[in-house]
Design a protein around this ligand. Structure first.
Ligand SMILES: Nc1ncnc2c1ncn2[C@@H]1O[C@H](COP(=O)(O)OP(=O)(O)OP(=O)(O)O)[C@@H](O)[C@H]1O
Ligand SMILES: [Mg+2]
Length: 321
C-alpha cells in the first residue's frame, strides 16, 4: 500500500548575524544552513497494517508524514501510495489518504463542525447516502453527532481531535496518517481514539501510520514499529522481535532472609539493596527456574519476581543509539 523509497528531505535555513551590520552582510552574502531532516529512508507498508512510526523529538517523523501525505515534496526519493507517486499524482492519491496532526487542526475555525464535514463532502464529492452512512459509523465509535452544531473554535482539545479524526475519515481513505493524535488527551479520550483506530482497521482495513510519544498507544495498537533517529531508519520490524533482539535478557529479583547475596555463574548480579538482589540472565541461555534452584541451595530465599524488559527500556536503548 505504501512504498517509501530512498526518501530525503533537506530544509534550507537562512541565518543572519545579529544587528544592522549582520542584516547588511546577509543581503550581500546570504548565509544558508542546510538541515538534513530525513536521510535515505526506505520501507514498505502493506494494506491493513497499523505501524508505529516513532523516534525522539526532531527525528524527522512529522517531516516524513508530510512527505507521505503529499504536503511536502521530497528533496530526493519518492513515496508511492498504491503504486502512485504522491508528489506527481496528488489530486488522485489524496482521495485515498487521510491525515491528522494532533498539534494542529485541519478544521476551519470559523465553521461549525457539521459545516466543516459538509464542506469536505463537497470537496471529495461524496454522495449523501454514503456520507450519512460514514457519519453514522464514525458516530458510533466517537460520539461525534452531539458536536455537529458546535463552532470549531469553541471546542475543547479532545473534541477537536475527534472532529479532526472524523474529517480525515469522511471520504473513507485507504490510508490514515496520524501524527501524535493522542497528545494532550485525557485517559478516556485516548481510549476512545485507540478504539477508533482498532475499529477502522478491523472493519474498513484502513492502513494506519501512527506517530506517538505515548508508549501505551504503541503497546495497544502496533504490531510493527519503524523507529527513526536523526532522519535515519534505526529499526523496522515486529515489536516483539525488536524487544527480543535488543533486550534478549530478563531480570530476576530475589529477596533473601539476610543481606548476603550469592553469585551465579550463568547470570550477572547487577544490583543489591539490603536483602534484595537483582540478577540479569539471557533468555535463551538459562531459565529463571534453574537460577532460583541453584541460588536456593546457597541461601534461603523469601520471595522472587521477574522483570521483563519493557518497551520503554527498548526505546531508551534505540533512541540513545
Ligand atoms: N519548516 C522547517 N524548516 C526548517 N527546519 C525544519 C522545519 N520543520 C522541521 N525542521 C527540522 O527538521 C528536523 C525534523 O523535524 P520533525 O518535525 O520532522 O521532527 P519530529 O520527529 O516530528 O519531532 P517531534 O517528536 O518533536 O514532533 C528538526 O531538526 C526540525 O528542527
Ligand atoms: Mg513531529
Amino acid at each position: 500500500m505504501i512504498d517509501v523509497e530512498n526518501l530525503c528531505k533537506d530544509y534550507v535555513l537562512k541565518s543572519k548575524e545579529p544587528g544592522l551590520k549582520g542584516a547588511m552582510k546577509g543581503l550581500v552574502k546570504p548565509n544558508h544552513k542546510i538541515i538534513h531532516a530525513v536521510k535515505d529512508l526506505s520501507f514498505h507498508i502493506d494494506t491493513g497494517e497499523i505501524v508505529g512510526f516513532i523516534g525522539p523529538n526532531g527525528a524527522g517523523k512529522s517531516t516524513t508524514i508530510k512527505m507521505m501525505s503529499g504536503i511536502l515534496t521530497p528533496t530526493q526519493g519518492q513515496v508511492l501510495i498504491d503504486g502512485r507517486n504522491i508528489s506527481k499524482h496528488r489530486k488522485e492519491v489524496v482521495k485515498d489518504i487521510g491525515v491528522v496532526f494532533g498539534q494542529r487542526s485541519q478544521l476551519n475555525w470559523d465553521l461549525r463542525l457539521g459545516e466543516s464535514f459538509e464542506l469536505l463532502k463537497h470537496i471529495y464529492q461524496i454522495n449523501q447516502k454514503e456520507y450519512d452512512k460514514t457519519l453514522d459509523e464514525l458516530d458510533q465509535i466517537l460520539g461525534i453527532k452531539e458536536l455537529l452544531d458546535k463552532p470549531v473554535r469553541q471546542m475543547s482539545l479532545g473534541q477537536r481531535v475527534k472532529g479532526d479524526l472524523v474529517a480525515s475519515m469522511i471520504h473513507s481513505p485507504k490510508v490514515l496518517f496520524l501524527d501524535e493524535p493522542t497528545i494532550g488527551l485525557d485517559v478516556s479520550a485516548k481510549y476512545a481514539l485507540r478504539k477508533f483506530i482498532k475499529e477502522i482497521n478491523k472493519v474498513r482495513h484502513t492502513t494506519v501510520i501512527l506517530t506517538t510519544h505515548d508508549l501505551g498507544d504503541i503497546q495497544e495498537l502496533c504490531e510493527r514499529l519503524i523507529v527513526i533517529n536523526s532522519g535515519v531508519l534505526m529499526e523496522d520490524g515486529n515489536l516483539s522481535e525488536i524487544v527480543d533482539r535488543i533486550a534478549p535478557y530478563k531480570t530476576l529479583v530475589v529477596e533473601y532472609y539476610d543481606e548476603v547475596a550469592p553469585e551465579h555463574t550463568r547470570c550477572k548480579l547487577i544490583a543489591q539493596d539490603g536483602n534484595v538482589a537483582k540478577y540479569r540472565f539471557m533468555k535463551n541461555d538459562v531459565t529463571a527456574a534453574e537460577i532460583i534452584a541453584d541460588l536456593s541451595k546457597e541461601k534461603k530465599i523469601k520471595d522472587v519476581s521477574i522483570e521483563e524488559t519493557g518497551i520503554d527500556d527498548i526505546i531508551k536503548i534505540v533512541y540513545g543509539a
